[in-house]
Each structure stands twice: as C-alpha cells, then as structure tokens.
Design a protein around this ligand. Sequence first.
Ligand code: SF4
Ligand code: SF4
Length: 298
Amino acid sequence: MPDTLPPSVELSHLDHLWFQVSGTLCNLTCHHCFISCSPKNDSFGHLTLDEVKQRLEESAPLGVKEFYFTGGEPFLNRDMVPILVETLKFGPATVLTNGTVLKDEWLETLRAAEAASLYSLEFRVSIDGFSPETNDPIRGEGTFVRAIEGVKKLVAVGFLPIITATRTWSDEDEQQVVGQFVATLKLAGYERPRLKILPPLQLGAEAERTQGYRETERVTRRMMNGFDTSQLVCEHSRVITDKGVYVCPILIESTDANLGDSLNEATQPYALNHGACYTCFQYGAICSNASSAVRGDK
Ligand code: SF4
Ligand code: SF4
C-alpha cells in the first residue's frame, strides 16, 4: 500500500458517545474555536431531550460506557439539565462548558441526580489563561471573571471540575503557567484543582488566526507503525449531531466525517486525511478526561 494514502482507523468498540448537544451555537466567540462557534453560527442545531433519549436507547445494546456533551455552549440548550439527568440512568457523563452561564439551581439539581445515580457527572470548564489579561484576549472581554464564577458555583455544590486550557504559550513556559493556574484556582476556593492542557486545533476560527495546517501536516501509514491507536478518539467514539453521526467532535464541519444516520451505520473505519488528525497523532487523548500526553516523535 503506498504511503501517500492516509491510514484508516477501525472503531475497536464504541466506548464513548458524544453529543453535539448545542450544535455550533455559543454565547462566546473565541478566537481559537476550532468549529467557529458563536451566537450566530447555527450550521448545527440543538439536540432535543427526545433525540438524546432515542440515542441513549440506541447506544445501550452497543455497550457504550461513557457519554460526553459538547457544543457550542451546552447550557444554552434549554433541555441540558434534563438531558444530563436522563443520561445518568445509562452511564457516566461529562459536559464541556465555558462556565459562564451556569445557574445555581441547575447545579443543585445535577448534584442531586448524580448522588442518586450509580454513575458520575464530570464538568470540564474551558479557561485559556490564569488571569483576565491572559484569558480575555482569546475568549472575550469579561470571560475570565465569569468562568471563575462558574468554577466557584461548581465547587460550592461539590463538583470538582476539570479546567481545560488550550496551550497558547511556549513549552518552556508550561510549568510556570500551570503553577499560576493552580494558584488562581486555589485563590478562588478550588483547593485541589484538576487541569488539562490541550493543543490548539488549527481549524475554524483558529485556522484564520494562524495559518491552518500545511499540506505536509498529515498522518501517513508509516507514522502509524507501532502507534497505539487507542489514543485517538475515533478509535472508540462517535458523535451525534442534528445532521447525523460523525466520526469525532473535531471534524463535524468536514462532510467526509459524516458516517450516516444510525450508530450501526457509523461503525465503518475512517481515513485520517485531515490536518487535525496530525494533532491527534502528536498529542493523543485530546478529548478524553485524562491529561494529554505530549509525543516528541513526529
Ligand atoms: S471555544 Fe468553546 S466557548 Fe469558545 S466559542 Fe468555541 S464553543 Fe464557545
Ligand atoms: S481528528 Fe482526531 S479523532 Fe478525529 S478522525 Fe482525525 S485522528 Fe480521529
């Protein structure tokens, strides 16, 4: 097989099911958003509670182990709280939020639902700097203070959110930046903060901000020799959108990533032919709750 053809990744087992629950609608317009979400981007719409329920039932016989909710901002979906309550009947759930629109009563309901469930509910809150000066130029004026308020609300009801930050600093500064993040979060009352650093994905708004991927930044068959494909989200996940099932939450704007309407149809292998696949190869575990590992060998 020539090395110019992209390698394909088989779905080993559908362990994780993602929901693009608020489509591409977000209250923020971050400069690095890899799917260019904004208050006006309705290219993908909200999923309703009934749609999510149907998908949860479709997923049960397939042995899905965990559920993830993303957008856009999931909590713009008016069904978000009942959606999470319903999901906790099926398995552990994680919701990715910017933390700026959380309401105390929603979090109290969710804490009670988690306490009554066999399964855990995790929050990931995106904050891209340890201060307004470092965060707001990327995520928008006033967003640092609002996100920290969201973290405080989560901690107050007993959640331990995973703070996710996109790496916009150099490798040499990493330790210092992480230290400042931890200090800021402790000052906000989050005693033992959990932090996940993500590489930027050069798609959407981020591709306009930077240069996007070069043609040479692609995964080749040779690079995959000996590579642990379980590091890739597409090896064990699929994402539900209002336009069908896609291979992963990173590529929903790519038509070739739409694999069909049903989960059974969407089990086909996928050819890693996008620049974003190169970032997944380099860093691995981008979308899981675990910390990203940095790979030095490209
Ligand atoms: S990065 Fe997150 S918070 Fe920012 S615009 Fe995109 S979806 Fe919204
Ligand atoms: S972007 Fe990442 S998760 Fe998506 S298909 Fe490519 S390698 Fe897989």
